[in-house]
Design a protein around this ligand. Structure first.
Ligand SMILES: [Zn+2]
Length: 266
């Protein structure tokens, strides 16, 4: 478990499965977990830190994000917050786009981000907040250096969802759910071989991963500078997408779709 924020509030990263990160926010007594795919991992952290679990947040219905919800809900009598989705029947408080919820003194704004799944939502806490910086829990929508696969929605939907995340403050910390950064950046540098910020990030992330250091959370400013899935309006990315499709005059949705399909087959 790695604590990445300042006391008394902290956000802890709980590694699970092969490459998932489950998240735990606590104030020293009470806790919120985000996307608890594995109950045991969360339980161990709660016991170790002597924390009471008050809230379970879910971003979307996939099992690696919801697999531990029922067990934790029963063990701690925790409130389950999530999208209004038939695929997450454990939700006790369904939330919708732009809804604000206050949990343990932190105000989160819900952002609907369909694409990876149709029910996908993200949770954003603006500054000031007790965690010291704007924070975003975005599940499998925006990754460090990449974005989630589009399983249920359309490319246009995913593009629109990422557009919303792109508009958040640049100092937002991005808490996504997987350590995919290195593979994502390997693809990004094929799309933008001349992006110097990206080359630097590839280097930094290689060093981190060689020492088994997590690369999450990342910073939105870094994503804006290096993540091709947020750079669909940049000349170099548009040119790469055009070359890939052998078509000119692509618009935003089409650039995004071309890059996403390219990554799917990378
Ligand atoms: Zn997923």
């Amino acid at each position: 478990m790695n604590t990445v924020s300042t006391p008394p509030y902290s956000v802890s990263r709980l590694p699970a499965f092969n490459d998932n990160y489950l998240w735990l926010i606590d104030d020293g007594c009470r806790a919120i977990t985000v996307d608890p795919g594995d109950a045991k991992v969360v339980k161990n952290a709660l016991i170790e830190r002597d924390l009471q679990l008050d809230y379970i947040l879910t971003t979307h219905h996939h099992g690696d994000h919801t697999g531990g919800v029922s067990e934790l809900q029963a063990a701690f009598d925790a409130k389950v917050i999530g999208p209004d989705s038939p695929n997450i029947p454990q939700v006790t408080q369904a939330v919708c786009d732009e809804q604000m919820i206050e949990l343990m003194g932190i105000t989160f704004t819900v952002i609907a981000v369909p694409g990876h799944t149709l029910d996908h939502i993200a949770y954003f806490a603006a500054s000031p907040n007790p965690l010291g910086q704007p924070i975003l829990f975005c599940g499998d929508t925006l990754f460090a250096g990449g974005c989630g696969r589009v399983f249920e929605g359309s490319y246009a939907q995913m593009h629109h969802s990422l557009e919303k995340l792109k508009a958040l403050p640049q100092d937002t910390r991005i808490y996504c759910a997987h350590e995919y950064t290195q593979a994502n950046l390997n693809f990004a540098k094929v799309v933008e071989p001349d992006n110097l910020a990206l080359a630097q990030r590839v280097k930094t992330v290689s060093q981190q991963r060689a020492s088994n250091i997590p690369t999450i959370p990342s910073l939105l400013a870094d994503e804006l500078a290096t993540n091709p899935f947020l750079r669909y309006d940049k000349t170099a990315v548009i040119a790469a997408a055009s070359k890939r499709l052998n078509r000119k005059n692509l618009i935003g949705d089409e650039v995004f779709a071309a890059i996403r399909e390219w990554k799917d087959n990378f």
